[in-house]
Design a protein around this ligand. Sequence first.
Ligand SMILES: [Zn+2]
Length: 150
Amino acid sequence: MNGNTVSAWIAELKMWPLIVVLIPNLMFRRYGQAAGKKRMSSLLQAIAVFLITTMAQLVAARGLTDNYLYIGVAVVAVLLYIFRERVFPYRLSCAECDARLDFKTIYFMDDNLCTDCHSKKVAEKEAAEKTAEAVDNDETSQIESEGGDD
Ligand SMILES: [Zn+2]
């Protein structure tokens, strides 16, 4: 036993762990901006996996001991903990009504809302945008009338 069996085992996996975490990232495309934050989270998770596999490969290639890998993993773990809200923004229940969320919402959707609350929010947002538009129009007409005073 040369003291780097763990590193050697991870190094044996080559790029596969990274590929496995990156595949779901491609599926984010279809949800667009509504999944922007979680898409970033899944990228950050992929970076963490990449760092750990790269360190394992270095340790195995240079014949170092697994202790270097453990230190590296500890550093990555601390970083993941510090940025936990960005890396793991998942909720199992609706942010509004505590209903259980389906997998799609948990994994992809940034708003963490169940279907009911989501459609309510969308309706509210549309209403708010209409009011904002109306206010905008008012302001523009005011500016126009002020300009007309010259
Ligand atoms: Zn809800």
